[in-house]
Design a protein around this ligand. Sequence first.
Ligand code: SAM
Ligand code: SF4
Length: 463
Amino acid sequence: MEFINEEYIYSLLKDETLNDIQLQRETIEKAREAKGLTLRESAALLNITDKELLEELFHAAGEVKDKIYGNRLVLFAPLYITNVCVNNCLYCAFRRDNKELKRRTLTLEEIKEETEFLVKQGHKRILLVAGEHPKDSALEFVGKAIELMYGVHINGGNIRRINVNTAPLSLEGFKILKSFGIGTYQCFQETYHYETYVKMHPSGPKKDFAWRLYAMDRALQAGIDDVGIGALFGLTDYKFETLAMLMHAFNLDEKYGIGPHTISVPRLEPAQNAPISHNPPFAVDDLSFKKIVAVLRLAVPYTGIILSTRERPALRRELFKIGVSQISAGSRTAPGAYKESKESLKEYEMQQFQLGDHRSLDEVVRDCCELGFLPSFCTACYRSERTGDRFMEFAKSGTIHFMCSPNALSTFKEYIIDYASEETKRVALDFIKNEIEKLEGPTKTKALKMIERVDKGERDVYF
Ligand code: SAM
Ligand code: SF4
C-alpha cells in the first residue's frame, strides 16, 4: 500500500494555502495546457468554493476534453451475468447477507439472448459485470460467455468490444482473461481509505485491500494494456478519494509508462438491504460531483472518464460538458433484465442498485445530438492494436482526431441507418452534416469516404 500515502493526502487536505483564490486561478490556467496536474495542484482545485471560479474550472475541463477527445461520447451498456456473490459489501444489493435478493446466474443461452437484445438496440460495446463467486463467475464461464457474446451477429450488427468488471484475478488469471480478447479490465477500489475499506468489506475475498489495490499491476503485468480504475463516491471524504485515486493513476503511469485507460466515478445509489447505500456516510452533492469530474479531467487529461446511468439525465448532461468521455445508456443492473420486461422480471428484486437514467439508447443518442455531442460506437482502437502506450501516443500527438472523427461518424451513421427511430434520425442526420462541415482536409475526405461505404451497405467500417 506504499503508493497510497494517506499522510501526504491529509497534509494536502489541511494545507490552508491551497484555499488561495489566486493560486486556484493560476492552477486552472496551467491546467488549460492539457498537460495534467500534480496532486498538490489537484488538491487546490478540489478546494474551490468561489462560484465564479467553479464556473472557470468547469469551463477549463470542458475545453481540455474538447481539445483531446473532441465532442465525442462513446456509448456502452453493462451486461450482468450473475448476481450471486460471496462478498458482503455493505453498500451493494448483491451482498451475501441480502437474503431477499433473488439470485440468478444466467445460462449461456440466456447470455446470448441478452447480447442479442443489446445488439438489436444498436450497442457495439458491452461491459460484462458479475458478482464474485468461485463457480457462478468462474473464469472459464466468463471466457465462454465472452466467446458467445462476440459470436452474436444480427444483420451486420455485433458486439465489437467487451470490457469486463469482475473481481480481481491472479497474474495467471489475468493472462487467461486477456486471451479471451477483452477490451478494458475494470475494477474499482471502492474506497482508497484503508479504515473505511475494512469497515465496508467485512467478509469474503474482497476484504483484502491490498489484493484489490494491486489488481491493476497484475493485469498490466499480464499484458492487459487497458485498465480502468474507479472509486465509489459516498463512502469517504470525496477530496481524499479523488486524490488517492489520482495517486493510483500516477503510480501506474510511473511504473508501466501508461496510466489507467479509464476512470469511473460511480456514486452510491440506494440498493436493497444495503443500509450504507441509503444513508451514505459521506454523501456527495451534485456540485461536488461536478468538481470531481472536472479535476480528474484536468489532472489526467488523456484518461477516459466513464459516467453510468446511476446519474439522472439532467446532471449527466452537465457532466458531458465538463469532461466525461464514455457513457452507458439503456442500462439494466440485474441479470436477465434486458430480455424480460420490467414487470415480469420484478427487476428491483434482482438489481444491484437503483438507476437514475432510465432512458433508452435511442433517447440518449438523440439527446446527445441535441446537446452537440457526437455519439460514437467506435471500437477501432483496440482492434487495431492501439491500446496502452500506443493509444497514448496517438492521443498525445493529436493524431487521435484524424482517426476518431471519421470512426465516430461512420459508426454513428451505421447506428442511425440500422437502429434509430424516425425522430432520432431527423435530428441525427442534420447533426452529422454539421459535424462533417466542421472537418477539414484529409480527415474530412476520409470521413466522407467511410460514410459513403456505410451508406452503400457496408458495416463495421473503421480504421
Ligand atoms: N463484484 C465485482 C466487484 O465488486 O468488483 C464486480 C462488479 S460490481 C457488481 C460493480 C461495481 O458496482 C462495484 O465495484 C461498485 O463500485 C458498484 N456498486 C456496488 N454497489 C453500488 C451502489 N449501491 N451504488 C452504486 N454503485 C454500486
Ligand atoms: Fe459482490 Fe461486487 Fe456487490 Fe461487493 S460490489 S457485493 S463484490 S457484486
